[in-house]
Each structure stands twice: as C-alpha cells, then as structure tokens.
Unconditional design. Structure first.
Length: 70
C-alpha cells in the first residue's frame, strides 16, 4: 500500500503557475519530501489545461519518470 498525500488538481494548477499561495508552498515541500501521490484522473486534469507543447511534454515526462522510480 502506498502512503502519501493526494493533492487536488486545483492546488497543482496553482503550484505549476508559480502562484505564491500557502497551498503551493506546502505542495512543493511535500514533493521534496516524496510524500505526494497522484491518480490518473488528476494528472489528466492537470495536463489538459497546458497550452504550451514543450511544457506539456516536460511535465508528462517528469510524471512518467517519477512513476517509474516509485
């Protein structure tokens, strides 16, 4: 069983848009501590809003690499 914190897509969006809100700061800390888990639905919601192709590919690659090493 995986232990971690599942983060809502709205918080991911704030984090990825570099908004300086408390939740985004907490998410960054959790990422560094390797305490975040993500489901496919949330990942799809995050990726669907990305308009820049390079940013999309970079983020998708990062998530896939992360999943491979879990």
């Amino acid at each position: 069983m995986m232990n971690g914190i599942m983060v809502d897509s709205l918080i991911w969006k704030e984090y990825l848009e570099k908004r300086n809100i408390r939740e985004a700061e907490i998410l960054e800390k959790l990422i560094k501590e390797d305490k975040v888990i993500i489901c496919g639905y949330t990942l799809a919601k995050i990726l669907k809003d990305i308009k820049n192709k390079k940013a999309f590919e970079k983020l998708l690659k990062g998530f896939l690499l992360y999943l491979m090493w879990k």
